[in-house]
Design a protein around this ligand. Structure first.
Ligand code: PXL
Length: 273
């Protein structure tokens, strides 16, 4: 019989995120991204999203019981000797936000990346508004890095709409001024620059990060992949700016998966670091 080898333990990262059953977004995407980047992923599922092929792939959304969310985080924190970084994705309800806030307070994870998923199709708009406010007041102040898309940046910065790089820079600054140390405000291809453009701001450095755009369509799961890649890279010791640069390359390499939904999605297995 051979004995089990002593191997170096990879950094462990936790995704607190929703399940998107098809594997195109959410926790499934997070785990695949973590794996591709050489970190060990674990999850606390916050909700179960099932697209409905009979209704235009509308999102059916079922929240997980808050106690069960607590128990999953407890399990992850208990099993692993250290959790290097946490990625927070879709939370979706006010009770979920409360239990995640309490867990962040209890466990004091060293790095928390917040992908502030504000609205999921299939949720009532009225409840979404209350959830946005709770996310901003309870989770945002605990994030070490936040990765809002254009709509989320406008909402968090308190501006109507963002239609230029200048406006995106200003929004990144405003979000930073609310107490988030690192902001990666994402436009992707949406500002018509012909590039996938995001703005990084950490209070000193303001960088416009651009890579060649891969098409002009919105890509399902691109935001999840980006934030998960940032989390993995931070866990491995990258600086926030380095993590953002690598994460953009991971997203570019992952775009091109197709199925029956009308937009492309992502396969992280195509990335070669
Ligand atoms: O891409 C945003 C997102 C995050 N998390 C879950 C989702 C989605 C979008 O569908 O379903 C669980």
């Amino acid at each position: 019989m051979t004995s089990i080898p002593e191997r170096p333990v990879p950094p462990v990262v936790l995704a607190i995120a929703g399940s998107e059953a098809s594997g195109g977004a959410g926790a499934q995407t997070d785990l695949k991204t973590f794996h591709q980047l050489g970190v060990f992923g674990c999850t606390a599922l916050t909700c179960i999203v099932s697209m409905d092929p009979k209704a235009g792939f509308e999102h059916r959304f079922v929240p997980v019981d808050p106690q069960v969310i607590h128990d999953q985080i407890e399990a992850c924190a208990g099993v692993h000797t250290a959790i290097a970084a946490v990625k927070i994705g879709m939370l979706g309800t006010a009770p979920t936000i409360d239990v995640v806030e309490a867990a962040l307070e209890e466990y004091r994870f060293p790095t928390v990346v917040l992908d502030p998923v504000l609205i999921c199709k299939g949720q009532e708009f009225a409840s979404a508004r209350a959830v946005d406010d709770a996310l901003r007041s309870k989770i945002l102040p605990r994030a070490t890095m936040v990765t809002p898309n254009l709509f989320e940046s406008a909402t968090l910065a308190g501006v109507e709409k963002i239609t230029s790089v200048e406006a995106l820079k200003n929004a990144a600054k405003r979000i930073h001024d609310q107490g988030v140390p690192n902001v990666l405000a994402k436009a992707g291809p949406s500002l018509g620059t012909g590039t996938a453009l995001d703005v990084f701001y950490d209070g000193r450095t303001l960088e416009v990060l651009e890579v060649p755009a891969v098409g002009t369509e919105r890509v399902h799961g691109a935001g999840c992949t980006l934030a998960a890649a940032v989390t993995a890279e931070l866990a491995k010791g990258a600086t926030p700016l380095e993590a953002a640069v690598t994460a953009k390359n991971v997203v570019s390499a992952s775009i091109g998966m197709r199925g029956n939904i009308p937009f492309p999605f992502v396969y992280q297995g195509w990335y070669r670091g």
